[in-house]
Structure formats: C-alpha cells, structure tokens
Design a binder for this molecule. Structure first.
Ligand code: NAP
Length: 304
C-alpha cells in the first residue's frame, strides 16, 4: 500500500457523493482512486476521477460500497475480501442477509469488514453496542431506527390519514417514491438484526425478525404510536406500538433515531442522533476509513 489509501467507491448517489467530497477534501490521507456508477453521465462527478465498473473498483486499496442492493454487492464484497482488501459499506440489506458468510471470509483472509453507516446513519449505534457488549451482559435492545415511519405515524397522531401522511413524508424527502421497504418494516428489521448480532456476538439474519409494518395501523389524533424495534438474546421484533409520550423513545423526531441498551448490573444507556442523510451517513463511512488509516483491521460480526 502507498501512504495514501486509494479508495475504490461504488455508488455516487446521496451517500456516495457526500463520501466522495469527504475523501477529496477531508483530513485523512485518502485518494479517490475511482468511482463506479451505473450511469456515467451523472452530472456531479468530480473532474479527473476515473469512472470504472464495480469489478474494476475492487482493485483499489479499500472498497467502499454505497450502491445498495443485494446480489451485486454480495459478489463485490466476496471478491474484495477474498483478495484481502478491506470492504466498507452502508448496505444494511447485505449485512443482515449475508453478514456471517462475509465475516467468515474476512476472518479467513485477514481482511477488514466495516459497516458503521448501515445502522443509525451518522449515529454510532454499532460502536456503542460493541462497547457495551464487551462484558457479555447486554439484556435487551429497544429503539426507533426508521425515520420514515416516525414521520408518518407522528403526522397520523395529529389527525392525518395514512395516505396524507405518506404524501407529506414523500414531499418532505422522508419517504421514497416506493416506500414499501420502510413502511413494511424491513429497513428497521435489517438494522435490528445487525445490532442484535453485535450485542450477543452471534450473527442473526433479517429473516429471524418478527416484522410487522405500519400499513393498516389505526392511529387516532393524540395517539403516540411508533415503529419499535426490540431484541433480546433469543427474539427480535419490529412492530408499531403505542408508547407513553413521556417514554424517551417518543422524543425521537424528524430524522432522529434512538436506541436504548439495557446492560445487566449497569442500567440503561441511550444514544440519539440523525439516522439518515447524505453527509451524516457519509461521516460514519469516513469514520470507518479512519480506523483503516490507523492500521486497525476490524471485522464486523467477526471475532476481533
Ligand atoms: N441515504 C441515506 O440516508 C442512507 C442512510 C444509511 C444507509 N444508506 C445506505 O447507503 C447505500 C446507498 O444509499 P443512497 O441513498 O446513497 O442510494 P442512491 O442515492 O440511490 O445511490 C446509489 C448509487 O449507487 C449506484 N449504483 C447502484 N447500483 C449499481 C450497480 N449495480 N453498479 C454501479 N453503481 C450502482 C447508483 O448509480 P446510478 O445513479 O448511475 O444508477 C447511484 O450512484 C444503501 O445501501 C442505503 O441503504 C443510505
């Protein structure tokens, strides 16, 4: 490796473009070696940066995947890790569905696997749970990890219908044109599976989360209903439920996410922060890169 770590970035969307700016102008000794996108005519790509295929980007010193999706990213991750190349991603779908396989490969090849931005956007939830899990005494996790549903359920609590609240969320940039991944609870389920895997030191897939979305949830004006994600060492649940307005979870508003971690003989810890947004999420990816620059080789879901 050269002194400056050469980053191969796959994806130049909301998070990728923000990460690109940080790599180009931030304080770490990083070089943006190349960028892979589907449509090379994207207007905001910086001049002079080489546009390549994802497969070519895998030859950099570190691969950062901010594309999303499952099949392509799984192959890219396997290929990079197999070569011993560190792999950094914000892709919760990948980590909650293929995390064990990737961690095992990373261990075998002594390659780093990092995914701080996959949960909590810019809020260091994985790091906080990792820290608190060191004594093996995490009892439970409970949180709100999806801002789209917080927005919709909050608006319904002020008297809007589901349709009106969804439309407002889409206009405000809180919901995608196709909101199903968020409103069906899958986004929250993937994040919960990743956090639970870290909390109890054993990878647990998304399919083990009992998931109910918010479509069809009855909310009357004045109700405080939220999509709550909860886990213990043997169960994981995501479902809309009434919460007391005085419950700290009820304070999460806008894009805020919140996670409550109960540790035996220590009490309850809470972490709050912005759970989405390009710059915010890119900050977490950049923090992962800082660990690589410092010479660490962490493996998410790994034994070290
Ligand atoms: N947005 C957030 O706030 C947020 C927060 C936490 C985590 N994440 C995660 O971060 C990742 C990226 O999210 P995003 O919001 O930045 O997505 P996005 O705005 O849709 O951008 C995706 C980028 O990836 C490129 N891409 C997709 N498939 C590709 C392929 N097969 N080959 C090459 N390039 C490909 C797209 O290229 P084209 O435009 O040319 O198609 C686009 O540049 C996702 O895994 C998401 O779950 C996002």
């Amino acid at each position: 490796m050269t002194d400056r770590l050469r980053v191969g970035l796959i994806g130049w969307g909301t998070v990728g473009a923000a990460l690109g700016e940080l790599v180009l102008h931030g304080p770490l000794p990083l070089t943006l070696a190349c960028v892979a996108v589907r449509n090379p005519a994207r207007p905001n790509l910086p001049k002079g940066v080489e546009i390549v295929s994802p497969e070519k980007a895998l030859h950099a010193d570190v691969v950062v995947e901010l594309a999303g999706g499952l099949d392509g990213p799984r192959e890219w991750a396997r290929s990079a890790l197999d070569r011993g190349t560190p792999y950094v991603t914000a892709n919760k779908a990948l980590l909650a569905n293929h995390g064990a396989e990737l961690a095992e490969l990373a261990e075998r090849r002594t390659a780093a696997l990092l995914g701080s931005a996959s949960v909590g956007g810019g809020t260091p939830m994985i790091e906080t749970v990792t820290h608190l899990a060191a004594t093996g005494a995490v009892e439970s996790l409970r949180g709100i990890v999806n801002a789209t549903t917080t927005y919709i359920l909050s608006a319904m609590g002020t008297g809007r219908s589901y349709g009106e609240a969804l439309r407002e969320a889409q206009e405000a940039g809180y919901a995608e044109a196709d909101p199903s991944f968020d409103v069906d609870g899958r986004d929250a389920a993937q994040k919960l599976a990743i956090l639970a895997s870290v909390a109890w030191g054993k990878w647990r897939p998304e399919r083990e989360v009992a998931t109910s979305g918010i479509v069809g949830t009855e909310v009357s004006a004045g109700d405080t209903i939220r999509l709550v994600a909860e886990a213990t060492s043997d169960a994981m649940t995501v479902s809309p439920m009434p919460i007391d307005p005085a419950d700290p979870l009820a304070r999460a508003a806008g894009i805020e996410n919140v996670l409550e971690i109960t540790v035996r003989d220590a009490g309850v810890f809470r972490i709050w922060g912005p759970g989405a947004g390009g710059r915010v999420t890119a900050g977490a990816v950049y923090a992962d890169l800082a660990r690589l620059v410092a010479g660490e080789r962490p493996i998410l879901f790994g034994k070290r």
